[in-house]
Design a binder for this molecule. Structure first.
Ligand code: KIV
Ligand code: ZN
Length: 516
């Protein structure tokens, strides 16, 4: 953190709760644990690990994160209902520092149509919820949902009552992303002026991005005195998402002259964490995304390049290395050794076991034969594939395909199941990817419906690796799969098998389905 006169803004990360609620972003237990460890390394203060009453899978993930994470506070979300609060406490009680976050909507539209409760009932329930949570744990956050659209007098009454009942943080959500920066700043300022016990709690802000103003609104709240910001990695979250963690952190740090505030986030971890979340959720960030997008520091115009060569500050307000972009992106080639690979993996933020390193090194050599230049993004894709593939039942052995205009594709495909090799050869499907998927369904015995299929180039050039993400539905549950290869049909086969492996894992009772 910068000078001691700074205000220290608490970073409350809700990637694993609000972020995970975004369509298609659900994560399984192992993925949530991985993200939680990345958040610890990033230096966030609070991890909202999930909504324990929502599903057995959510409960298990919050409990495991609470048991293993050391450093940040681990928080579980609950409505103002006894069963929710009890379940949230069950999940977070083993944390080094647990928090229960209770919420209840307060705006007129929510009171009338969703809750069918009057103002007095809302206050009574909010107080009862906070009191029950305080009975378990001294660290309690209360959120009046849709606060930004709540009548101000009533919001003041609810906040005062929640603090009197023991809430140590009061969070002001702009649940539907309706606020403007001026409006959000005024809401916080008025609470500070009019709620008599406001100094007994930290004021937090939680902004959604429906009008693209989540970061601006959060910054306005900070300027008016909010001490905690709720945000997510890459800004993922319900609908248009939440306030983006990397943007708020770098705005505070880069414009320190203006905000006189900072966070404890290790900014060099922003890019690796963003990549991890993107690769796990399959929600890739746009190239021009502020801070972590591939083009965020790319200078194309000649006049800019000229200025940069003379003095980088002419066109650069932040240094790429300060947010975790590595200085030399071109890394390894086929003559690079195991030690160089291990070193690069460490720089990128991966801690590989000796066994993992052996496998990654083998795959790296295969890749280096196909591709002359191995970039950081190639290596990251290889490592993540290895980490996610651990313990999988099925893997691709080989495939061959012949296809062309006017012909049904003919595929020969073999997969491994332990020591066993399962093979098929047939002509089916209406394209090479469809044929490969049908062959995998036949060999594994799982029939699924493919809901989403995306191909994304990991780096640039015609020899670039393709990353395929698929989403398949099986018995009303969505499963995601991911595969990487320089051959996009092979990447598709790997992604499809990865999704089938997740179904198998659930069927074996190892994991809860990552809900729809
Ligand atoms: O957007 C919202 O209001 C929420 C609350 C649960 C804090 O996510
Ligand atoms: Zn939210």
């Amino acid at each position: 953190m910068n000078p001691s006169s700074d205000r220290r803004i608490v970073i409350f990360d809700t990637t694993l709760r609000d972020g995970e609620q975004s369509p298609g972003a659900s994560m399984n237990l192992a993925e949530k644990m991985e993200v939680a460890q990345a958040l610890v390394a990033l230096g966030v203060d609070i991890i909202e690990a999930g909504f324990p009453i929502a599903s057995p899978g959510d409960f298990e993930a919050v409990r495991e994160i609470a048991r293993t994470v050391r450093g940040p506070v681990v928080c579980g979300l609950a409505r103002c209902r006894n069963e929710d609060i009890d379940r949230a406490w069950e999940a977070v009680k083993h944390a080094e520092s647990p928090r229960i976050h209770v919420f209840l909507a307060t705006s007129a539209i929510h009171r009338e149509f969703k809750l069918k409760m009057d103002k007095e009932e809302i206050i009574r329930r909010a107080v009862a919820g906070v009191e029950r949570a305080v009975g378990y744990c001294p660290n309690v956050e209360f959120s009046p949902e849709d606060a930004a659209r709540t009548e101000h007098d009533f919001l003041c009454r609810v906040v005062e009552a929640a603090i009197a009942a023991g809430a140590t943080t009061v969070n002001i959500p702009d649940t539907v992303g309706y606020a403007t920066p001026k409006h959000m700043g005024e809401v916080i300022q008025r609470l500070r002026n009019r709620v008599p016990n406001i100094d007994k709690a930290v004021i937090s802000v939680h902004c959604h991005n429906d009008l693209g103003m989540a970061v601006a609104n959060s910054l306005a709240a900070v300027e008016s005195g909010a001490g905690q910001v709720e945000c997510t990695v890459n800004g993922i979250g319900e609908r248009a998402g939440n306030c983006s963690l990397e943007e708020i952190v770098m705005a505070l740090r880069t414009r320190h002259d203006h905000y006189q505030a900072d966070t404890a986030v290790v900014s060099q971890r922003l890019v690796p964490t963003s990549r991890l979340v993107a690769s796990i959720t399959g929600m890739h960030v746009q190239r021009n995304k502020a801070i972590v997008g591939l083009n965020a520091f790319a200078h194309e115009a000649g006049i800019h390049q000229d200025g940069m060569l003379k003095e980088r500050r002419t066109y650069e307000i932040m240094r790429p290395e300060d947010v975790g972009f590595t200085m030399s992106d071109l890394v390894l080639g086929k003559h690079s050794g195991r030690a160089a690979l291990a070193d690069r993996a460490k720089t990128l933020g991966y801690h590989l076991t000796g066994e993992q390193l052996n496998v990654v090194f083998e795959q790296f050599k295969v890749l280096a034969d196909k591709k002359k230049e191995i970039y950081d993004a190639d290596l990251a894709a290889l490592i993540e594939q290895q980490i996610h593939a651990a313990g999988e039942v099925y893997s691709l052995d080989s495939y061959e395909i012949t296809c062309g205009t006017g012909h049904r594709p003919r595929v020969r495909l073999s997969i491994r199941r332990g020591e066993q090799i399962l093979s098929t050869e047939k002509a089916y499907g209406d394209g090479p990817v469809d044929a490969v998927f049908l062959a995998i369904e036949e060999l594994t015995g799982y029939t699924v419906s493919c809901k989403d299929f995306r191909v994304h180039s990991v780096t640039v050039g015609k020899d670039a690796q393709g990353e395929v993400t698929v989403q398949v539905e099986h018995e009303n549950v969505l499963y995601r799969g991911r595969g990487v290869s320089t051959d996009s049909v092979e990447a598709s086969a790997k992604a499809f098998l990865n999704a089938i492996n997740r179904i198998v894992a659930v069927g074996d009772g190892k994991k809860e389905p990552a809900n729809l």
